[in-house]
Ligand binder design. Structure first.
Ligand code: G4P
Ligand code: NA
Ligand code: NA
Length: 194
């Protein structure tokens, strides 16, 4: 997605050879015009897949996911990372290990929002090692629902999440694929460097 890659080139900051800071439009401040285009792009890729729900993980997945859900005209469910005061009912859970943070979090979705008739589009902001995406698929699968695929805003193709998921036969649609991060320079897969 050209506008997304331009935004990453202009405003993204490679903090190291592994971490890209994009807090001016995705992870802290949000660019709604760009998020709308991202959501519509996911929706168009999955428009023939009879999606009934969009599922993401709080917090940064929510902005792109809400626009995908709006365009597909289906509800959005965001999995929670912390126990909610009001979420007392039956919970679907999965443990997600973060290599970045070196900690395991339990993510949860209330069982009342998903069932075996659902066909789910999973969305997340980043794909690194794929732990969050695999956790989301696990939670969704526990409800009996099926997963049509995963929409990722930024895939770090030099980490192994994309390979892991695709090798399991999961459809992964990434709107920007980063081949390499260096100080002050982002190189996209197939797109050269900026
Ligand atoms: P994984 O799920 O692919 O294995 O990734 P990891 O554990 O490394 O990711 C932990 C958190 O860091 C996630 O956000 C993920 O989106 C984010 N992340 C991973 N790599 C990058 C990166 O290069 N840049 C940025 N900006 N974020 C990255 P989170 O903790 O769930 O936070 P949020 O959704 O509340 O923003
Ligand atoms: Na994030
Ligand atoms: Na995320």
């Amino acid at each position: 997605m050209e506008n997304l890659m331009n935004k990453i080139s202009q405003e993204g900051l490679a903090l190291s050879d592994a971490v890209l800071k994009v807090d001016s439009f995705l992870n802290h401040q949000v660019d709604p015009v760009l998020m709308k285009e991202i959501g519509e792009t996911f929706a168009s890729k999955f428009q023939r897949d009879s999606i009934t729900k969009v599922v993401t993980l709080e917090s940064s997945g929510i902005a792109p996911a809400v626009f995908a859900a709006l365009t597909l005209n289906v509800p959005l469910i965001f999995a929670r990372k912390r126990k909610s005061l009001t979420l007392q009912e039956d919970l679907l859970t999965a443990d997600v290990y973060s290599f970045t943070k070196e900690e395991t979090n339990t993510i949860t979705i209330s069982s009342k929002f998903l069932n075996e008739e659902d066909h789910v589009l999973v969305i997340d902001d980043f794909l690194a090692n794929g732990q969050a995406a695999e956790g989301l698929i696990k939670v969704v699968s526990k409800s009996g629902a099926s997963v049509a695929g995963i929409g990722i805003v930024i895939e770090k193709a030099f980490q192994n999440g994309g390979k892991r998921l695709r090798s399991k036969g999961i459809r992964v649609e990434s709107l920007a694929k980063i081949a390499k991060l260096e100080a002050g320079k982002v190189t996209f897969v197939n797109e050269g460097s900026f």
